[in-house]
Design a binder for this molecule. Structure first.
Ligand SMILES: [Mg+2]
Length: 318
């Protein structure tokens, strides 16, 4: 079959913010033609939420992932606002402020302190004019704190992206390891996964876990705190997780923040990596940066349709 290269318009749109949907990955349907390149296999890439800066490259990666096959594949994903939704029923998912206000496990004094921390640190965390090097030493609590609310108040299915169960099911059925690396609260996100009945044996979670005293009050988090800017090998040392999977050289990485891009840094030998980024907020402002960083950018897309479509294509027996 024809490759669909005629449809590639790389270069023309690259400088203006990436290709939209089908435009980059398949040939246009000019004259009612039937050739639509990769979009024929992954029709979800036609969605209007999809933006790709280098379509030809992305097409190559997806084909390689499929050629390498299921035994080479692993998925590394963020949780909050990546597998969970950014908005719920037309409203934004609750923020950390809500969870701190509503929480029964944190004392009033504790809530005030956390609020103060967030007011101070959150603007720094999202400041596009500061470098990662400037931010990293300051993020010891803010990253985790900001993510907590989103995980904690999103109960069960209501805040999982559409396609959540299918995503887990596909990976489980094909024995593809799924590594969830989260700066949120592990206890809570595990509960969300459990409630959806998809906490399968192929799922591993590294996150922040709460520790309570005898009165049931949250006293601290166990182990090194994971925040937005240390989601990399530095907190995985000693776990050996990626070493065990050293033959899994094909990676799909899912995230919603720039800090998520380092999640696969501990993988010993990466041959193919496809980075899919959810751009949930401040879309216009952040588009350029996301297109520079992620292979596929999903703008205000509350579903896992594109991810599931790509998985379906990769995991289908050839
Ligand atoms: Mg996130």
């Amino acid at each position: 079959m024809v490759s669909g290269a005629a449809g590639l318009r790389a270069g023309s749109a690259a400088s203006t913010g990436g290709h939209r949907g089908l435009e980059g990955l398949g040939a246009p349907r000019a004259g009612g033609g039937t050739e639509r390149g990769l979009c024929l296999q992954v029709p979800e890439l036609e969605k209007a939420t999809v933006r790709i800066r280098q379509p030809e490259r992305v097409r190559g990666i997806i084909r390689s992932l499929r050629e390498q096959g299921v035994t080479k594949l692993q998925v590394i994903s963020d949780f909050d606002m990546t597998l969970s939704r950014f908005g719920c029923n037309g409203r934004r998912c609750p923020t950390s402020h809500n969870i701190l206000d509503n929480s029964h496990v944190i004392s009033e004094d504790g809530k005030k302190k956390l609020k103060d921390l967030l007011h101070y640190y959150y603007p720094i965390e999202i400041d596009p004019n500061r470098t990662l090097e400037e931010k990293r030493p300051l993020m010891w609590w803010a990253g985790a704190g900001a993510e907590h609310g989103n995980t904690a108040l999103c109960n069960g299915h209501s805040c999982s992206r559409d396609g959540f169960k299918e995503f887990f099911d596909q990976l489980h059925k094909n024995n593809v390891p799924l590594f969830i690396f989260s700066a949120g609260v592990g206890d809570i996100l595990e509960e969300i996964i459990r409630q959806a009945n998809v906490f399968y044996s192929n799922v591993s979670v590294v996150s922040n876990y709460m520790d309570f005293n005898d009165d049931g009050v949250l006293t601290h988090f166990k182990g090194p705190l994971i925040h937005t800017y240390n989601k990399n090998n530095s907190v995985l040392q000693g776990t050996g997780y990626f070493q065990q999977l050293s033959t899994r050289t094909s990676i799909i990485l899912l995230g919603d923040s720039i800090g998520d891009l380092t999640m696969a840094d501990g993988v010993p030998s990466v041959e193919n990596i496809l980075k899919i980024g959810f751009l949930n907020d401040k879309v216009e402002e952040r588009r350029g940066k996301y297109l520079d960083s992620y292979d596929i950018v999903l703008e205000s897309d509350e579903t896992l349709d594109v991810v599931n479509g790509i998985l379906r294509y990769i995991l289908t027996e050839t």
